[in-house]
Design a binder for this molecule. Structure first.
Ligand SMILES: Nc1ncnc2c1ncn2[C@@H]1O[C@H](COP(=O)(O)OP(=O)(O)OP(=O)(O)O)[C@@H](O)[C@H]1O
Length: 212
């Protein structure tokens, strides 16, 4: 079964048609790059997959294994969409530990290890409010990866990262891919798309079209 399936999904805002009966099937263990110009609807697509926004028409099916018991949104996905809201007066580690305390799937040691893996010092006393753009992006990556989800939904995961940090993030995601994680991501950088993806899907004319 597909991990995520979009069936004839339509979505518009104030007459601006983003999706017009678009369909897409995401197979387990594959990595998909979603590409398209600014404003074409990539972030809206991700929000619809997560259940933050609803399609006007059509259906989005998520494999039941990834749905939490009482809810209909995919709790078991690791997600980066629109920089998550952190508590500005707490450190990066404190913010992440608040999140892992909800489900208790991983230990404090695991969280520290994930922070180091993305290039953040877990013992840094700096409050998140003082973080640079790149540090916030690393925190978002750590947040998405820390509970070792089987599906990653990453809107611009390499945004604001310097070259060594992009390489580090890329290696981490390639590791995830090798271990069978399903990844859906966007990037405006073709070299990132080529290095990471198995499939490229283009948002064009309201449809989701596999790149030839
Ligand atoms: N909640 C909303 N209400 C009204 N319009 C919205 C809403 N969310 C998104 N839009 C509009 O939908 C369009 C697509 O936005 P989206 O952020 O999905 O584009 P994108 O493909 O991710 O672009 P980029 O490459 O710049 O990140 C934009 O014109 C945006 O203004």
């Amino acid at each position: 079964m597909a991990v995520v399936e979009l069936i004839d999904v339509s979505k518009r805002f104030h007459g601006n048609v983003l999706f017009d009966s678009a369909s897409l099937s995401i197979a387990e263990g594959r990595t998909y790059a979603i590409v398209g110009p600014n404003g074409s609807g990539k972030s809206v697509l991700f929000k619809m997959i997560c259940g933050f926004q609803r399609p006007d028409l059509g259906e989005i099916r998520i494999d039941r294994r990834f749905l939490s018991e009482k809810r209909t949104f995919p709790a078991d996905f690791g997600v980066i969409i629109d920089g998550p809201a952190y508590l500005p007066f707490e450190t990066g580690l404190e913010n992440l530990l608040r999140l892992t305390a909800i489900r208790k799937l991983v230990s404090d040691i695991d969280v520290r290890e994930t922070m180091r893996a993305v290039g953040l010092d877990p013992d840094l006393r700096e409050r998140v409010r003082r973080y640079s753009l790149g540090m916030k992006q690393k925190l978002a990556l750590a947040q998405a990866l820390m509970e070792r989800p089987k599906v990653l939904l990453l809107d611009e995961p390499f945004n604001a990262l310097d070259t060594p940090s992009v390489d580090r993030a890329m290696d981490l995601l390639l590791d995830q891919k090798r271990s069978g994680t399903t990844i859906i991501f966007t990037s405006h950088d073709r070299s990132h798309v080529d290095r990471l993806s198995d499939e490229v899907v283009v948002v064009a004319g309201g449809k989701l079209v596999p790149e030839a």
